[in-house]
Structure formats: structure tokens, C-alpha cells
Design a protein around this ligand. Sequence first.
Ligand code: PLP
Length: 369
Amino acid sequence: MQYKRMPIEVESPEQLGYNTIECNLAESSVHDAVFKDLNLNLNDLILCYGDHLGKPELRELIASEYPGITSQDVLLTAGAASALFITATSLLSSKEHMIVVRPNYATNIETPRAIGCEIDFIDLDFSTEFQLDITKIQALIKPNTKYISITTPHNPTGTVIPEKTLKALVELAESGNCYLLVDETYRDLTPENQLPLAATLSSKVISVSSVSKAYGLPGIRIGWLITTNKQLQGLFLAAKEQIFLCNSVVDEEIAHLFLMKKDRFLPEIQQKLRKNREIVQNWMKSNPYMEWIEPSGGVVCFPRIKEEVKIDLEKFYSTLYHKHKTLVGPGHWFEMDKRYMRIGYGWPTAESLTRGLANISNALKETAG
Ligand SMILES: Cc1ncc(COP(=O)(O)O)c(C=O)c1O
């Protein structure tokens, strides 16, 4: 493995220091929950090794949401990040080939790269509204293609693929004898027109998610891999046992107690999202410097500074952070031009979001020629 730190992690708010940022528009989740607000009692918890697949009651609860999925199809992991790592390291080697959408959550690209496998990218384009072109993917499948990797709702663009595209991808994986990895970490943040859980569609599909983004619990590292393919699940379990054996039982307990009563928290989360989304929509309408493809799911969008705007991009980001104490996710976090920026609208309060967006406008005015 050729590990390399990723800019999105080196420059993340937690690494820069939350105290250096007043308006944090760089997060890709809803706001972090506070333990006491969850009103959980862990006093009787035994701090033993946990079940290697993950706490059975939590796996059952997760499985119960999806038709045809049983607790044996669910492997708990340390966040979605380790689910992606387990998938990549279990399936890929320098002899294998994979196809991945770009831009993407960096790990979906960087771990295959660290493994040294052959990678083909499916580059999403602003001009086609960041939509996936199935024919391009089809043309790239080879005998040694191990999997196709997509993210929906997508990070950083917030696009959601249509159900017919998901089904066509499943068919491609089946006919191409490869797997389809669907990173669905933002799935629960798309209440309208939700797609079926991808793993319910075929044993060739691996679904990945976690409690980090939709519920604001990234500090407990709980995610999961779902696949109905028993052989694959066995391979993933072997990988998990070698990497970290089992999850933290404390994390599993918190995730379980939380998910049992998640419906109490969801309406408030969704109401805040609707309001914050409107704030971004209104800001985009009145912003002469930028253009965007409106997101249809998740909590992030990926607008860009118009091509005709002359601007010193380094100066812009520096002014935005150092003078206006506002952080966004610059394009290079996603191997894209820095004219693009990811704005996370689910994490900040409405007031902080409004101020942060005004700071972006001010930094643009101050640095555009
Ligand atoms: C698409 C996507 N997948 C996976 C992750 C990893 O999340 P976690 O490991 O906290 O579950 C992220 C985090 O930003 C993400 O955006």
C-alpha cells in the first residue's frame, strides 16, 4: 500500500482547528450531536470484545429497514470510511481494474490508488449537470474489472442518480461479472424520491453507509457494509478481523440506542436542511460570480466561480479563511479546479450559513479583478 495523506483530510476543519473558523461551510454532515442530548445510559455496558460482524441487535435493526436484507448481510465497520477500505483492500490488487466516479469522496479514489490497481475514472461534468453516463462506464468494463464505484447522493455535487440509472448499473455489473459499490452514506438525507437500497437489487452490489452524515454522529465510528453475497461478506469479515477485529462496543451501543429512536431526531434535522437549502438557493440567485447545479440530495453542493470572472484563486481562499474566518471545501479536495468549491449547508446554523455565504461574496468582491 502506498499511503498518501489526502488534502481533504490535511485541510479538514478538525485538523485546522475548529477555533480558527467562525463559519464552517466545509462539513459534509448535519450538525454534530451532543451526547447529553441523546439521553443515553451506558452504565451497564460490558466493555468486552464485540461480535465480529457487529452487535447483532444493531445489525438486525439496520437490516429491518430494507426488504430481503437480514442481519447476516450487514457487517458493521468503523464508519463508512473503513467499509470502503475493507471493500477496496479485499477486492483489488495491482492486477485488478476498477472504475470510479470523479469527483468523489477522496477515499473512494485514494485507497484503490494506494493499492496500485488500474483505475479508470468517470469524470462528472458541469455541462451535463454532473450526470453519470452509463455508456461510458459500459465501454470501460474489462475481464479484470473488479468493481464499479459510485456515490449517491453524491459528494461533493449533491446529485442523486435516477432509479433507472441505478438499475442499469446493476445490470452492467451482472453482465460484466464485476461488483457495484454504492456509497450511500447520504441516503437518509434524501427523504423524497429515495432509491431502493442498492444491495437489495443484486448479490453483485455492496452498499455502504454510516451514522456520521445524516445523524451527526461522526465521532462514534459506526458504519456498515451490506451485501447479500455470502462469500463476499465472509471475505469482508476476514478483512475486518485483520484490521480491527471488532468495533468499539461503546460506539455500537450508542449507535444502537440512537437508531432505535432516530425518528425523534429526524424531523428537526430535515426541517433545518430545508431551511438552509433555501438560504443557499437565495444566495446563489443573487450571486453574480457563481453558478451551480442545484443539489437534489445530501447536504452539500458544488458551485463554481464563473469562467469569465478573473480572480486570483489562492488569494480568494486565503482571504476567505484568514480574513473572514470562513471555510469551504476547495475544488482540489476533489481533484477539481479550485473555481469549484463544496459548500456544506447541513452543519452550520441558519445564521452562520447566511454569514458564511455573505463572507464568500465579500471575499469574491475583494479578490476578483
Ligand atoms: C460519500 C462519503 N462516504 C464515506 C464517508 C466517510 O464517512 P464516515 O467514515 O464518517 O462514515 C464520507 C465522509 O465525508 C463521505 O462523504
